[in-house]
Design a protein around this ligand. Structure first.
Ligand SMILES: *Cc1c(COP(=O)(O)O)cnc(C)c1O
Length: 474
């Protein structure tokens, strides 16, 4: 009878006594180490039992190394900072807009301590959390009232549920948008309990189309900014002012989903046709809603502004409670909005606006400075400075190009995909875009303070690659 191999597997205590793990128990946490030891021992038992032939058991020190590596991996957060060298300024996969220092400071301050979230410090009475941003939003948009929820999808669901559940909302067929796979307006409307009443055609919708569809069951008229596409050629859409005229005559609220939520006119950055929140209110929208982390350059949230009576109706709906934002979001948003009180200040302090207004000469100079340093890295055969075009992303101004400069890296000894992957998973992490056989690092979305970090990332990568080659050779 052959001896049971499971009996030769080291015990939890044997492993905890091994030097690498003893150090981790002291430095990190007894519980974390013990639970990882158990998990890895379970895996080894499984391997032994399913092995086709007799296998040699790993030694105590091999196992301890394996466990220590596992613990080290888990200690690195999966959500971590990334240098965005894709050139796409509002990259949803990379968390859209970075925050202004002012926003970070205010957020950190209320994160560290308790905060006056729902307490009026003057009277000691209970207050409402929206007060942190309400006056600023009213001032910046001209609206009577404001509400902030988790994101614009949430703002849309709340608005529709509170104002129109069980009834019809009229929308043009040209505006039934999809924003990334998980947001499709018809589905959001259905989930809000609203009946979608489509009018017009894909390319042309007229005011009479809306007027004819109005009936007993109509609850609202809705206008949606078709953020990520444009219809050109034989096309017509109804403007907000016209729709507001119809809404007033029929006593129906007009809901305007303006999407990216610019607080200032983006024509100063060369982008035309992006709706500005204040203009929507001035034109008479009863409710206007937009994202906080697109063109506004703030934290993820959905902002609703509009008539007081309607916003109050939204506040009272149970979904408002389910979608409410926490103190971190409110602090970051308040600080960002405060910067907008002076548009010059906003342009300097809000990273998104700063990146947008960086001159092409500046990008070119930086690319020229970086290229020779990058070419000196072992994994790079050639680093060339190239001009290019990029887009804002995040579902805004889809056809308007933005000039940019990139460093195009041709790898040495490894494939371009391996270079891209290694830079992504390195420290610092850098995400570029692969174009044919080169990796482009686009400076349009790189903050100047990150330039040297790009070099650090490449040098770290060379070290890691050398280590791997050495290991393969041995
Ligand atoms: C981006 C966008 C949304 C979704 O906003 P989130 O903040 O991502 O939920 C909804 N409507 C329009 C028009 C948009 O552009």
């Amino acid at each position: 009878m052959s001896p049971n191999p499971l009996r030769n597997i080291p015990s939890v205590n044997d492993l905890l006594e091994s030097p690498p793990l003893r150090k981790l128990v002291d430095g990190l946490s007894h519980n974390v180490v013990v639970s990882t030891v158990r998990t890895v021992l379970d895996e080894v038992r499984e391997e032994v039992q399913t092995a086709a032939s007799e296998m040699t058991l790993p030694s105590v020190s091999d196992l301890a190394e394996r466990i220590a590596r596992r613990i080290a991996q888990r200690e690195v957060p999966l959500l971590r900072p990334v240098i965005n060298a894709t050139g796409i300024l509002l990259h949803t996969g990379l968390g859209r807009s970075p925050l202004a220092e002012e926003a970070i400071e205010e957020m950190a301050a209320v994160a560290r301590d308790y905060a006056s979230l729902e307490l009026d410090l003057a009277t000691g009475e209970r207050s409402r959390r929206i007060l942190a941003v309400e006056e600023l939003l009213k001032e910046l948009t001209g609206a009577e009232a404001a509400l902030v929820v988790n994101n614009n999808a949430g703002a849309t669901m709340l608005t529709l549920s509170a104002l129109a559940a069980g009834r019809e909302v009229i929308v043009s067929r040209g505006q039934l948008i999809e924003i990334g796979g998980s947001y499709r307006l018809p589905d959001v409307m259905a989930a809000s309990g609203v009946v979608l009443r489509e009018v017009g055609t894909t390319n042309k919708t007229r005011l009479e189309d809306y007027a004819r569809a109005i009936g007993e069951r109509t609850a609202a008229l809705m206008l949606v900014h078709p953020s990520n596409f444009v219809v050109v050629g034989f096309s017509a859409a109804v403007g907000l002012a016209e729709l507001v005229g119809l809404g007033r005559r029929e006593k129906l609220p007009v809901i305007h989903d303006i999407g990216s939520g610019a607080l200032l006119n983006f024509s100063r950055f060369g982008f035309h046709g992006e709706p500005v929140a204040r203009e929507s209110i001035v034109a008479g929208a009863d409710i206007a809603m937009f994202s906080g982390d697109k063109l506004l350059g703030g934290p993820q949230c959905g902002i609703v502004v509009g008539r007081k009576a309607l916003v109050e109706q939204l506040e009272r709906h149970p979904i408002a409670r389910a979608l409410r934002v926490g103190k971190l979001t409110l602090a970051a948003l308040a600080a960002t909005l405060r910067l907008y009180r002076d548009s010059e200040k906003a342009q300097l302090a809000i990273p998104l606006l700063r990146l947008l207004s960086t001159s092409v000469e500046n990008l070119k100079n930086r690319a020229e400075r970086l290229a020779p340093q990058m070419a000196a890295a072992g994994v790079v055969e050639q680093a060339e400075v190239v001009a290019g075009v990029t887009y804002l992303g995040g579902g805004s101004v889809p056809t308007q190009e933005l000039s940019t400069w990139c460093v195009a890296l041709k790898p040495a000894g490894i494939s371009v995909d391996r270079l891209a992957a290694a830079l992504r998973s390195g420290t610092p992490s850098v995400v570029g875009r692969v174009q044919q056989d080169r990796l482009l690092l686009d400076l349009r979305s790189v903050l100047p303070r990150q330039d040297t970090q790009l070099i650090v990332a490449l040098e770290a990568l060379c070290k890691a690659e050398n280590g791997k080659r050495k290991a393969e050779y041995e």
